[in-house]
Design a protein around this ligand. Structure first.
Ligand code: GDP
Length: 216
């Protein structure tokens, strides 16, 4: 069966309100995790955010949570690769995975991070959805394919969130969406709806809040 990929529709008013309320309450940094043994108790569901370094992940998390500097916009290659946990009031953990695809990252660091990522994705039973961020200017690249394949193998449903939509014109936007839809056809774990966002202009942020708040 061929999966039909579409843009996520605007959520209904009740869902939008649920999302607004969840993110109007404080979202707090809980801890940075460097090994599976450091994961917090699996006492609630969680969603994670993954993306190539510089894709706009910190900006998106800050936009979602109405915070200027919740997710540190630190992109230093080789810095300790942590899985950062944030709490929402009455909602899921938000889990910020380290950016991947550093051109200069040392091999040993990449290997260690990939091992942790594999263990996390395969072993975290409370992980409900992975949001994979894709730069609207670039579409899905080989380095993204690696994590999408990992998500397929781990049977973790992932939803593509396109970032920085304000940086492209209408034609480039349509082209990028078409490229993403085509690439997702090869991935059984792909969620059928794509969210287009701009942390700068606010596009898609309320929709993404509603999607997160509706997971259970
Ligand atoms: P990260 O490495 O994935 O956390 O990426 P950042 O959030 O640090 O963003 C990388 C760069 O892209 C920064 O210069 C941001 O200001 C910029 N950026 C992020 N999101 C947007 C967006 O929605 N629109 C525009 N125009 N720039 C953005």
């Amino acid at each position: 069966m061929q999966m039909q990929f579409t843009l996520a529709p605007t959520p209904d008013d009740a869902s939008l309100e649920k999302g607004r309320l969840m993110f109007a309450a404080p979202v707090e940094f809980l801890k940075g995790v460097v090994a599976m043994s450091g994961l917090p108790a699996a006492d609630r569901i969680e969603v994670c955010f993954a993306g190539r370094s510089n894709v706009g992940k910190s900006s998106l998390i800050n936009a979602l949570t109405n915070r200027k500097n919740l997710a540190r916009a630190s992109n230093t290659p080789g810095r300790t690769q942590e899985i950062n946990y944030f709490t929402t009031e009455g909602g899921p953990y938000l889990v910020d995975l380290p950016g991947y695809g550093y051109a200069q990252a040392p091999v040993a660091i990449v290997a260690k991070w990939q091992q942790l990522l594999k263990s996390y994705l395969a072993g975290r039973v409370t992980l409900r959805r992975a949001f994979v961020l894709i730069d609207t200017r670039h579409g899905i690249k080989a380095v993204d394919e690696e994590i999408l394949t990992l998500l397929d193998r781990s049977a973790v449903t992932f939803q593509v969130v396109m970032t920085k939509s304000d940086k492209v014109n209408r034609a480039e936007r349509e082209q990028a969406i078409a490229q993403v839809k085509a690439a997702l056809g090869k991935h059984p774990a792909a969620y059928p709806e794509i969210v287009v966002t701009s942390s700068e202009k606010g596009e898609g942020i309320e929709t993404l809040r509603a999607i997160i708040a509706s997971l259970n």
